[in-house]
Design a protein around this ligand. Structure first.
Ligand SMILES: [Fe+2]
Length: 302
């Protein structure tokens, strides 16, 4: 495939200064690659490796609290999976598209080359893409991601609330538990925090990004949505996340834990180095990989 570059429009001085520091949006041209059209999506769904294919069904109560069911794809052909998404409250995610949807992988790398050319000092060392197809009524509950994230919106409309990554909205211990895989990325959420959020309505061709670990939630605005979420790691995000991992273990051992928001990079790097050794020792049990998959898209409950 020849990619018609640039895939990211030129940034203003403000956008350059804001990137990774405050929530910000920018324009992209990924939809024009044709990689997200129905027939292409159906083909990709048909052949996608089952272990990288997530299907989630979300229910929310009146307080916005979420109950999630995780399912498997079943034996439906890709075109019917796509149809199911368009009709339901279902949310399908293909992980590892940077590798398993090769042309999209190329487009992701070209996009980030454009971003790196504009964002001062931004040098991602790892890019991981999730292609997300979600139903008109789908919502993604309040959560925070361990890596940095750029969300490229491709089809449909959605609204994102991005909250401050302070101790109220994103307690440090919550991030430690995420790093130690003691919990999924979902966090306690209170409706009144919406007043503290920055809110963006995303149209096709818009991308949004936020500071590392800023919690967020998303609601589709009544139409079928296609988005590409790209996780990035830089040396800074790796060091910060490794430091959270080490702090999480120190906390479990009832040892003093530093406030990571006020810990200088050199000290974080020390914790990061410690976490490499701790990780090799396998000190905590991964509680995430055992979450049960409770339904199949083409059948009843399992
Ligand atoms: Fe997220």
């Amino acid at each position: 495939m020849s990619i018609d570059t640039p895939l990211v429009a030129a940034w203003s001085a403000r956008q350059k200064a804001d990137f990774a520091h405050v929530p910000m949006t920018f324009e992209h041209r990924l939809a024009q690659t044709g990689l997200f059209d129905d027939d292409r999506l159906a083909q990709v769904l048909d052949r996608y490796p089952a272990d990288l294919f997530d299907i989630n069904l979300f229910d929310f109560d009146a307080d916005g609290q979420m109950r999630m069911q995780t399912g498997v794809r079943g034996r439906l052909p890709g075109a019917e999976v796509l149809e199911g998404v368009k009709q339901g409250r279902v949310w399908v995610q293909l992980r590892g598209v940077e590798t398993h949807y090769e042309e999209l992988g190329e487009a992701i790398r070209a996009t980030f080359a454009d971003i790196s050319a504009q964002a001062p000092g931004f040098r991602p060392v790892q890019l991981t893409g999730q292609l997300i197809m979600s139903a008109p009524q789908a919502k993604v509950p309040f959560h925070a991601d361990a890596p940095g994230v750029c969300l490229f919106h491709i089809r449909g409309r959605k609204r994102i609330w991005i909250y401050p990554s302070d101790e109220t909205h994103m307690p440090q211990q919550g991030m430690e538990d995420i790093m130690l895989k003691q919990t999924t990325e979902d966090l306690p959420y209170r409706r009144e925090w919406d007043a503290n959020a920055q809110v963006f309505d995303l149209d096709p061709g818009m991308a949004v990004t936020w500071p590392l670990h800023a919690p967020h939630r998303i609601e589709n605005l009544g139409v079928f949505n296609v988005s590409l979420s790209v996780d990035y790691q830089t040396w800074d995000t790796r060091i910060t996340n490794g430091a959270h991992y080490a702090s999480g273990l120190l906390r479990r051992w009832k040892l003093p834990v530093a406030n990571m928001r006020r810990t200088p990079r050199a000290a974080r790097a020390g914790l990061w180095a410690a976490h490499l050794a701790m990780k090799r020792m396998n000190l905590v049990e991964d509680r995430i990989s055992t979450i049960e998959r409770s339904f199949e898209l083409d059948g009843g409950k399992r």
